[in-house]
Design a binder for this molecule. Sequence first.
Ligand SMILES: [Zn+2]
Length: 343
Amino acid sequence: MPMIRALQLLADRQVELIERAPPPPPGADEVQLRVRAVGLNHIDVWGFRGMAFAKRLYPLSVGAEAACEVIATGPGVTHVQPGDHVVPYAALTCGTCPACQRGRDNLCENVGGVRGFHIDGFAQDITNHPARLLVKIPDGVDMRDAACVAVAYGTVEHMLFDNAQLEPEEWVLVHAGGSGIGSIAIRIAKALGCTVITTVGSDEKAEKARALGADHVINYRTERFEGVVRKLTRKKGVDVVFEHTGADTWAGSLLSMRRGGRLVTCGATSGPVGSLNLMQLFQQQYRIIGSFGAPLSALGRALDRIGSGVRPVIDTEYGLADFQAGIARLEGRDVFGKLLVTL
Ligand SMILES: [Zn+2]
């Protein structure tokens, strides 16, 4: 078999496009995938920079989020066949612990690592993956859109519905509306019939956020967002806050909620420490929900939602060799929507 291309992390901040031998034929309950597109996320930035506590061995291929075509199936695989388009789950969950059994895959007690971060990832032409950890891409859904599902779109789906239980006509505050997940959250909430307030860091992004459907856009560099939110909601506050920016916005996010509001968070890009006034927490009856990743079921719903027209926003597509340019733009927050690497 000819060699395949793989984008490998050789050391912290050192990525190289290499040629390597293809993986062996798929084993029992395994499939072989041809990777078509890889979505970039903040986990790739952390992986690229290196994290002292992450247990991993170099070299490893980067890329946690992908859309692929099945090219071969191992013994015992019946639910997918060659030619199927699939989204592989990023984490190698065990499938047998109580959380996995209950369909709470992202609470798995025995995760064997996240692909592209702890273990070999998807930025390579061909790779093998457990058949159990695949979600079929419905007909009519573009591979590039599907490549935004395993991490970004799935995370948003899980945050808004499983966790925040967002309902039509509610008010939502979405932070960093230009980010990969922020832009998806705006589209989903608008499609549901919610009123969306979003924060952005530049006037240029404000225009784009309005074009996406956001009802109110706040440039957080020039205005205190919590004051604007209170004004817009006639001092009531929003029903749901979509948090992922952390330290810079945390206090204001809590002040932006109505009594009984829900804050759901999956990130802390501006810093991990925020304070909490416990009086405010119980008197206002807030619900604060941490969210990380998504169960397989949320990925399936995300793909169906894309099929119904609620597509992710794709900023730029890169070739394999330009991965690092994409990482630099993510680090600098110089992006509106998702960045992809297509193979
Ligand atoms: Zn498990």
